[in-house]
Ligand binder design. Structure first.
Ligand code: DGY
Length: 320
């Protein structure tokens, strides 16, 4: 009998086809997340789940899925998964590291440049028919070239962001749990404590995992420590930033601008102040959304899942 698999959303077809070639699949054939109650019902007879960061994989779900042999997530981040609970039950958890590094770094720069050079405001201005002349004072913003970039979290994506910063002649500061070997030599990046990074950076970009330690790491005090001209970029996880504090900081001019790919919660309600502040850009968690990268993520998730149902080691496993 073929293993039974639940795929929790429409994903790139190649991922579905790879799994369907070896398993009986049930696809939640929608662009919207599967409701929790339906998810709990559908996992009851499944050997494997191919899931997204929108599904909470916790003890309740694992109790509802007594046959589960593998959890394969089509994402690199896995803060939606109780990995310890999976480990206790001997269930491997797969993710998709590496393939989205460059794509996410590219997008970080798109956000950074859009915020600095006020691209979204410019587009809105033209669309509103307000463009009547060339203006010497119109929509001015800071230069990137020669500015100081502060990278919070110098993992794969942080390093890919640093590599691009070299082309802009930037001074690079970074912080992490400890200095990362080689990055000083490769990018000329200086390891500093978070306080110093916040105080000295013109751009602060977040690339840390969401953990209990990093939850609301950028809070009112952190925002207060930043320059009034600083721009904050978040392409990591929304929970790293205290959104109430960010609204206040943007409204009162404690910082100049924010550009967010990720929010807390997701989706951010359309009437949330961050959506409407003129000095904030919010986009719907699309940093990894290049066609090639989403295709690779879908195939990696399928490879992890197929290894799991065969009882083989997952090519990319997050639990020991
Ligand atoms: C991830 O993979 O964790 C991103 O946030 C979505 O691609």
């Amino acid at each position: 009998m073929k293993p039974k698999v639940l795929i929790t959303r429409r994903v790139p077809q190649i991922g579905i086809d790879m799994v369907a070639a070896h398993c009986d699949i049930e696809l939640w054939d929608s662009d919207l997340p599967i409701p929790r109650a339906t998810l709990l019902e559908k996992v009851a007879d499944k050997d494997a789940i191919y899931c997204l960061l929108t599904e909470r994989i916790d003890d309740e779900l694992l109790d509802a899925a007594p046959n589960l042999k593998v959890v394969s997530q089509m994402a690199v981040g896995f803060d939606n998964i109780d990995v310890a609970a999976c480990t206790r039950r001997g269930i491997p958890v797969g993710n998709t590291p590496g393939v989205l590094t460059e794509t996410t770094a590219d997008f970080t720069w798109a956000l950074l440049m859009s915020a600095a050079r006020r691209i979204v405001e410019g587009v809105e201005y033209v669309r509103a028919g307000q463009w009547v002349t060339w203006g010497p004072l119109l929509l001015m913003g800071p230069d990137l070239y020669g500015a100081t970039l502060g990278i919070v979290g110098m993992g794969r994506i942080g390093q890919a962001v640093a590599r691009r910063a070299m082309g802009f002649g930037m001074r690079i500061l970074y912080t992490d749990a400890q200095p990362i070997p080689g990055v000083a030599e490769e990018f000329g990046a200086h390891y500093v404590e978070l306080d110093q990074l916040l105080a000295e950076s013109d751009f602060v970009t977040l690339h840390t995992n969401l953990t209990p330690q990093t939850y609301h790491m950028i809070d009112a005090a952190a925002l207060q420590a930043m320059k009034p001209t600083a721009i904050l970029i978040n392409a990591a996880r929304g929970g790293v930033v205290d959104h109430d504090a960010l609204v206040e900081a943007l409204r009162t001019g404690q910082i100049a601008y924010a550009a967010l790919d990720v929010t807390e919660p997701e989706p951010l309600p359309a009437d949330h102040p961050l959506v409407h502040l003129p000095n904030c850009i919010v986009v719907p968690h699309i940093a990894s959304a290049s066609i090639a990268t989403r295709t690779k993520m879908a195939t990696m998730a399928a490879e992890n899942l197929l290894a799991g149902v065969r009882g083989e080691p997952l090519p990319n496993r997050v639990n020991p």
